[in-house]
Design a protein around this ligand. Sequence first.
Ligand code: FAD
Length: 337
Amino acid sequence: MSSLPEFEYATPATPAEAAALLGPDWTDTVVYAGGMDLLDLMKERITAPKRLVNIKKCDALRFIRTDDDGALRLGALVTLAEIAASDTVRTAHPALAQAAGLAATPQVRNMATLGGNLCQRPRCWYLRSEDFPCLRKGGDRCYAKEGENRYHAIFTEGEPCVIVHPSATAVALSALGAEIKVLSKGGATRTIPMAEFFLTSSQNLQRENVLKPDDLIVEVSVPGAARGLRSHYIKLREKQSYDWPLADVAVAARLEGATVRDPRIVLGSAAPVPHRAAKAEEFLANKPLTEENAARAGELAVEGAKPLAQNGYKVTLYKVIVRRALMALAGGEEGRS
Ligand SMILES: Cc1cc2nc3c(=O)[nH]c(=O)nc-3n(C[C@H](O)[C@H](O)[C@H](O)COP(=O)(O)OP(=O)(O)OC[C@H]3O[C@@H](n4cnc5c(N)ncnc54)[C@H](O)[C@@H]3O)c2cc1C
């Protein structure tokens, strides 16, 4: 592993001070939270900001609470370990606790923050190697399309680059209809729905989300759970001790008796953004939650997939985990909120 390039370092004590230090672009200044991804990218010479704004002393960004409106609110500095262990999260939105708890290793989860997890860059080995001038680094081709692509996207239609979105919490938060609150340099705040936060590679080849250089994520909120909302997350990986997903899925729905209301099915590691399986949701809405319907939803979830030369196996994985995750909603405490 290479050494770090030189950089300046600031340690503000409040979110407002931190936001005031940001901008004008990412080659100048970036937010430094747990550092799990940022320092990696700097060591690999994929990014070389002049200044890091270390937000770890901004204690106002560390909280997990449920407000009077029923919304679950999490500060940007909450760690994956804290999310996974939180009774509040586990009770209200098990899929989020499961996604956080299955990500990475215990050591990484103790450092990795929610804001950083959402903003980490894709794991594509061509992007991560300085030897490959790929599209995301201003080059003229996506090496994965014709190269080693077993972990890449299966929803590839119209995508010039076939990365998969890397954040586990994003998959769960997308299924739960979460929102991201951002504070920018001038002190203004805005709220971005998860569905509008991430960018496909056809939308933007340099950035994976809509944040601007002077934006600081301060909070993620999940709206007040409609009574009886259930959720569940499943991740399949090659190495069970810790690994990135081959395929993961989060599902959320209400059950009235056995009838499914407002289902949301989001596939991770399948596309450049968390992939909403709209046809499967439409099929399942207002139907009984049976093995047969869950299996059909699994089939529909991968409709339209155009796998690459080495990752056709993922299609089968999604069919299986969508069915399993949906059936988990029906049974036991695990999928219940
Ligand atoms: C061995 C290993 C296995 C892993 N497996 C998984 C996995 O299975 N699933 C998974 O989801 N992740 C996995 N990860 C990734 C890890 O979870 C992320 O690197 C980590 O969550 C990043 O969080 P951080 O706080 O360290 O972010 P940092 O590295 O500090 O920052 C990452 C990016 O987010 C930006 N950022 C951070 N906080 C904010 C904020 N508040 N506002 C605006 N921008 C911000 C930074 O500027 C930077 O661009 C793995 C990592 C390792 C090393």
